[in-house]
Ligand binder design. Structure first.
Ligand SMILES: [Zn+2]
Length: 117
């Protein structure tokens, strides 16, 4: 996740952590369709394919990750709004400072309430 964040900087990167029974089994990088340093998005068709795949394999989306390249690794209002569509999914944010040093934080965002894990 940190390597992906550095590779896509200054744009935000994004991806998911697939889980089985609450344990992470795979990190999957996705293209940020916005190619933006201010927001991220995953292609809708890619998400549909992912949904089919995790259903078939008995997996869950354990976490969604993305990077912040200009602000601290704390959920933005955009993130909080986005999280409303993904209940129970952890949010991992990789913050990169100007030197490329990473700070990684994980949150649960429920009913617009942010709790760091
Ligand atoms: Zn964000």
């Amino acid at each position: 996740m940190i390597a992906h964040a550095r590779q896509d900087a200054p744009d935000e990167c994004c991806g998911v952590v697939l889980a089985r029974d609450g344990a992470a089994v795979e990190v999957r990088a996705y293209e940020n369709v916005y190619h933006s340093p201010l927001k991220f998005g995953i292609d809708g068709l890619a998400l549909l394919k992912l949904n089919d795949e995790i259903d078939e394999k008995g997996l869950d989306i354990g976490a969604i990750y993305h990077s912040h390249t200009r602000t601290p690794p704390y959920p933005s209002q955009t993130d909080i709004n986005f999280a409303a569509g993904w209940p129970g999914v952890e949010w991992i944010i990789v913050g990169l400072d100007r030197a490329g040093e990473a700070t990684v934080r994980t949150y649960l965002i429920e009913d617009a309430h942010v709790r760091e894990l």
